[in-house]
Design a protein around this ligand. Structure first.
Ligand SMILES: [Zn+2]
Length: 360
């Protein structure tokens, strides 16, 4: 019998630690995955990313498809070679970005037509196309394409039609995935995650989870949260879903959540994987997390002559190297990009340390 994709090592209540096996290596969970939107985690070298303990990097299908294009990346050796990334890469479906960043022309049963914001070209993305792009990129973990128009900006359901289409699109994504991976050995093929939608409507969420779990996908992704709803609403939904997951053989990935408080809540309610731009975005705006999930703004006047590192309890390379708050404040003040790099390392490490706490 072959080893399952995901093994639970320890579990208590809803929280669990596990091992996720991908063709690019195994991943300890819970795990935080920084966003390498355009192939690189902003301002960090691959070695710096690895130094934070990160085991998976997420890349965006939408951005890479529009520029430079998956065929160019394929000619440059695939996303791993292109981005100098040795470990596992997860790609999203592009759906969320199409609906949030692009000017949509048309949504039909077939797919979404939108205007490339940079070139003005008309682009069509379908469930099949999204899977083909992710396949050409060389992704180790893919996400099925879904119709996010079902949600308004606070995560509430807008149309039942879009909700139902999401599941038809999931079946098409799965069929395309099976076609492309046919004949590949179990350990050589990428993994596919199906996305649970339903906004803040508990009945729809339950229905959606049931549909996704009934299909032979490798992982369960929870989409459509952290899109503008309140923290209380998001936590209530995670709490509601926790007892509804069917078994322990598939990893559960919460999309787009990376605040320390939310990360803890999610892991305590059965989530194994999370991704977010927050640690690097905050870092570029001089905001760092410190022990107790508190935030400090390093440009603050009070740090002007502060010789202490960002967080003395932190073992990231920035803190261990001794960069003082006073130094970092100055570099932010003069617009030196190094400051964003150093604080990004710290913030990603902060989230990874929380994950490590839950693993042990
Ligand atoms: Zn640190």
């Amino acid at each position: 019998m072959s080893t399952p994709v995901f093994q639970v090592i320890r579990s208590k209540n809803y929280k669990r630690s596990g091992l996720l096996h991908t063709r690019a290596g195994s991943v300890q969970t819970p795990t935080f995955m920084p966003d390498g939107t355009r192939g690189a985690v902003k301002s960090l070298t691959p070695d710096q990313v690895v130094s934070t303990g990160v085991e998976v990097v997420l890349s965006n299908t939408y951005h890479l498809h529009l520029q430079p294009g998956e065929q160019t990346i394929k000619k440059l050796g695939g996303l791993h070679t292109f981005a100098n990334r040795k470990g596992p890469i997860l790609t999203d479906s592009g759906g969320f970005q199409v609906f949030s960043l692009a000017h949509i022309n048309k949504i039909t049963e077939e797919g979404v037509t939108f205007k490339d914001p940079r070139t003005g070209d008309i682009v069509t993305l379908t469930p099949e196309k999204s899977i083909q792009i992710q396949f050409d990129l060389g992704s180790d973990m893919m996400v099925a394409f879904d119709d996010v128009t079902a949600l308004d900006e606070t995560g509430r359901m807008r149309t039942l039609e879009a909700f139902e289409r999401t599941h038809r699109w999931l079946e098409r994504s799965l069929a395309e995935f099976q076609r492309l991976t046919k004949g590949m050995k179990e350990r050589e093929r990428p993994l596919l995650f199906g996305v649970v939608q339903g906004g803040l409507d508990k009945d729809l969420r339950k229905k959606s989870l049931g549909i996704v779990q009934s299909l032979p996908v490798d992982g369960i992704a929870i989409g459509g949260l952290s899109v503008g709803e309140s923290r209380k609403e998001m936590h209530e939904m995670l709490e509601y879903l926790a007892p509804l997951y069917d078994d322990s053989t598939r990893p559960r990935f919460l999309l787009g959540v990376g605040d320390p408080i939310d990360l803890r809540f999610a892991v305590e309610h059965g989530i194994d994987m999370l991704d977010c731009v927050l640690p690097t975005r905050n870092a570029r705006h001089a905001t760092a997390w410190i022990t107790g999930d508190k935030k400090v703004h390093l440009t603050n006047e009070k740090f002007k002559e502060d010789t202490e590192v960002i967080d003395p309890a932190c073992d990231c390379t920035t803190c261990e190297s001794g960069y003082s708050r006073g130094f970092l404040r100055h570099q932010f003040k003069v617009g030196e990009p190094l400051a964003g790099t150093l604080v990004s390392i710290h913030n990603i490490r902060y989230l990874q340390r929380i994950c490590e706490e839950y693993r042990s």
